[in-house]
Design a protein around this ligand. Structure first.
Ligand SMILES: *[C@@H]1O[C@H](CO)[C@@H](O)[C@H](O)[C@H]1NC(C)=O
Ligand SMILES: *[C@@H]1O[C@H](CO)[C@@H](O)[C@H](O)[C@H]1NC(C)=O
Length: 321
């Protein structure tokens, strides 16, 4: 009986010792996203069974799949890490179960799978996590070829958007939101840093050219990132300038002045002519005066010689009335 009891106790002990190895569990976020040029957080934490206390971490090793050298190694109090890598926890110690990795100044080639291996006084475990890098495309720019493109000429619009990752797409739309991407050629260039520069040329045929084109840059997951719009004049630019010249502010003032000025001049002319006519009539009347009017007419004439036409006119009228 006693021997069976001892055997049982030993079995339980050995089971518990064996279980201790599985009492820790490295849990990692499956997908980590980072912006190009910023820091990346690869999240992994050591989970322990509830009845395990005082867990002490002895070794942590972070490696990238396909890279021989470990990126970060903590081994019984000693730390070795390449310059861009560190524990995410600022003052990490071997009691801290958050063994997340921080990568500074993320590059495109940092994308990939990372292994995190942990050894503790209560067992070992390894897990892996992914890093995805994205870079935002620049606001697109549209350049016309030729520079003085119009709706009545053949031409090309070239749209550019640079420095994005992963590979995105440029799409074209007219002012009615009709898509013209199929009529365009897109060129993709990979820069040394792994980012993509996109360029799309849209050919325009005279007669079927719209007045407005929009170039939109979409990211790899087909999300709209940014856009640019180009308006195509329906007349050549030089003609447009001339028309604008005719409407510049100076001429806007000059034109009415000329119109009003000639109106005034015309009125004056009419006035002068009227006066002269009346004058001549007066003279004629004075040359063949009626008997009774003679005196008054003479008064009129003599005042005329004084030169004040305005006065003469009214007085003449008065006297003639
Ligand atoms: C681990 O530490 C990092 C940096 O302090 C923090 O951002 C993250 O939320 C922590 N993760 C967990 C699961 O506590
Ligand atoms: C794409 O753009 C959308 C909308 O801006 C955004 O939510 C998404 O995270 C982006 N995806 C990538 C891979 O950049």
């Amino acid at each position: 009986m006693a021997s069976i009891g001892i055997l049982l106790i030993l079995t339980v002990l050995s089971i518990s010792v064996g279980d201790a190895k599985t009492f820790i569990n490295v849990q990692c976020k499956t997908e980590n996203r980072a912006q190009y040029g910023q820091s990346s957080l690869l999240e992994c934490v050591v989970r322990t069974a509830q009845d395990v206390s005082n867990v002490q971490i002895r070794v942590v090793t972070w490696k990238k799949k396909g890279v021989e050298e470990p990126l970060l190694v903590f081994n019984r109090g000693r730390m070795m890490a390449n310059s861009r890598y560190s524990f995410a926890e600022p003052s990490w110690n071997d009691k801290n179960m958050n063994v997340s990795l921080l990568i500074a100044n993320t590059a495109v080639e940092d994308e990939g799978v990372y292994d995190c291996m942990v050894m503790t006084n209560s067992g070992d475990n390894t897990n892996h996590t992914n890093l995805n890098v994205t870079a935002k495309y620049s606001v697109p720019t549209i350049k016309p070829i030729p520079e003085t493109i119009t709706q009545n000429t053949d031409g090309t619009l070239v749209c550019n958007s640079d420095g994005g990752y992963p590979q995105g797409q440029l799409r074209w739309f007219d002012e009615h939101n009709m898509e013209w991407t199929k009529s365009a050629d897109m060129e993709v260039k990979k820069t040394e840093s792994g980012l993509f520069n996109l360029s799309s040329s849209l050919k325009l045929m005279r007669g079927s050219v719209f007045s407005k084109y929009t170039c939109i840059v979409f990211n790899a997951s087909r999300g709209k990132e940014d856009e640019a719009t180009f308006e195509i004049p329906d007349k050549p630019k030089s003609e447009g300038h001339e028309r604008e010249k005719g409407l510049d502010p100076a001429s806007k003032i000059v034109a009415p002045v000329v119109v009003i000025g000639s109106l005034i001049a015309g009125l004056l002319l009419v006035l002068v002519l009227c006066r002269r006519r009346r004058h001549q009539q007066n003279r004629r009347q004075s040359a063949t005066p009626l008997m009774g009017d003679r005196r008054e007419v003479r008064t009129c004439e003599s005042e005329d010689e004084g030169g004040d036409h305005q006065e003469m006119d009214t007085k003449c009228q008065d006297s003639l009335a």
